[in-house]
Design a protein around this ligand. Structure first.
Ligand SMILES: C[S@@+](CC[C@H](N)C(=O)[O-])C[C@H]1O[C@@H](n2cnc3c(N)ncnc32)[C@H](O)[C@@H]1O
Length: 255
């Protein structure tokens, strides 16, 4: 289920930029894995669906690709445009703000990419993604697990059974994407890797983070509960939020 509030614009204030150390490690892993399979990004036209702050779009533009970065969030694309300008790749970057459903697909791209985005949340959206490439496609999704102990504690304290893990919220997991390629008889290569990242927040920032995470799960935050859980997780005057996860990369080529 998609959040009906400006979750992603709020998230844009905290979402890692392309040069964040943990994020770059994952992105370099993904790009190297593709390059080791003879994928060349130089000069390629690329559509990045749910591009966020440009964590993948900017490194690909730096490799000489022409990237169309589409995203539903104005805040995410503002960060992307700022960094693209600073990195001198604005001319290779075209941004488009819309929901993937309503994105006007007027051409096929050499490469289509979607990474960790709920833009790809059902069969219709996957089929639109499959049709967007004349060359190859790359999907990056959650693997078997995603552990964020702070969010788990917040949800548990609100005494609500967590029906879906926090990784889902509309995202198609890598294994589900593979099932769909199998059903369509589309050959692919895939690889899974483990990753982790930490964010350090002030108490007020952590409160905003906690509220966003709960509202995303359609849980009405209780201020006293949130403050109590955050207090238990205080280290000095900061709250550190660590996530450990498995991610899967899937690469397919148009025959
Ligand atoms: C977790 S971020 C991933 C960003 C980037 N692809 C990455 O791997 O770091 C998810 C992104 O998907 C975008 N998004 C969510 N729903 C979307 C939709 N329906 N259409 C387009 N973008 C969407 C959000 O705004 C956000 O920027």
């Amino acid at each position: 289920m998609e959040p009906n509030f400006n979750f992603w614009d709020n998230m844009a204030k905290r979402y890692p930029r392309f040069n964040d150390i943990s994020m770059s490690k994952d992105v370099n892993h993904i790009i190297n894995w593709c390059q080791n399979r003879n994928v060349s990004f130089e000069g390629a036209s690329i559509l990045d669906i749910g591009a966020g702050t440009g964590t993948i779009a900017i490194p690909l533009a730096q490799k000489g690709a022409h990237v169309t970065a589409m995203d539903i969030s104005e805040g995410m694309l503002a960060a992307l445009n700022e960094d693209a300008k600073e990195q001198g790749v604005s001319l290779q970057m075209h941004t488009h703000q819309s929901d993937w459903d309503s994105f006007p697909l007027s051409q096929q791209y050499d490469i289509v990419i979607a990474s960790m985005t709920p833009a790809i949340s059902d069969l219709q959206k996957i089929d639109k993604m499959l049709g967007a490439t004349k060359g190859l496609g790359i999907y990056v999704g959650w693997g078997k697990y995603r552990i964020n102990k702070l969010v788990e504690a917040l949800v548990k304290a609100h005494i609500i059974e967590e029906e879906e893990d926090c990784a889902s919220a509309g995202c198609i997991k890598a294994a589900q994407f593979i099932d769909i390629l199998d059903e369509r008889n589309i050959p692919y290569e895939s690889s899974f890797f483990e990753t982790s990242w930490s964010e350090t927040y002030s108490f007020e920032e952590a409160k905003e983070y906690a509220y966003d995470q709960l509202k995303r799960k359609e849980i009405v935050p209780n201020e006293a509960i949130v403050e109590s859980i955050l207090s238990e997780n205080l280290d000095g005057d900061k709250v550190q939020v660590t996530t450990e996860a498995e991610k899967g990369i899937i690469l397919w080529r148009v025959a």
